[in-house]
Write a protein that binds this ligand. Sequence first.
Ligand code: 5GP
Ligand code: ZN
Length: 112
Amino acid sequence: MSCLFCKIAEGSIPSTPVYQDELCYAFADLNPQAPVHVLIVPRQHIASLAETTAEDRPLLGHLFWAAGEIARAKGLPAGYRVVVNTGKDGGQTVDHLHLHLVGGRPFGWPPG
Ligand code: 5GP
Ligand code: ZN
């Protein structure tokens, strides 16, 4: 498997771990866009949210639960944002499903 985030999740490419369990791996983004910028990926390779099926519902719930747990552990009382860039128009650059957890500064809306 030549997927970057599969390799990071299995440990063959180094990363800074933030949280992990049997279903997901969370690590610091290499190019952080905020004081807190964590990527949460399923251990299973799924290319993007567009490729998910009904079978993936528990996993998707787990990923969002993990994002909330990490945010609570980081202590972000003013709030934070969870983003899932999907496909070309969504700005996705790595084709392995991932949640961005960003916080520690205010974010604008709508996104660019
Ligand atoms: P996307 O643009 O696909 O939503 O997000 C991909 C994210 O992966 C980007 O924020 C980028 O900085 C991050 N990223 C790309 N390559 C690496 C890497 O090798 N290690 C880590 N930790 N993050 C990476
Ligand atoms: Zn992958």
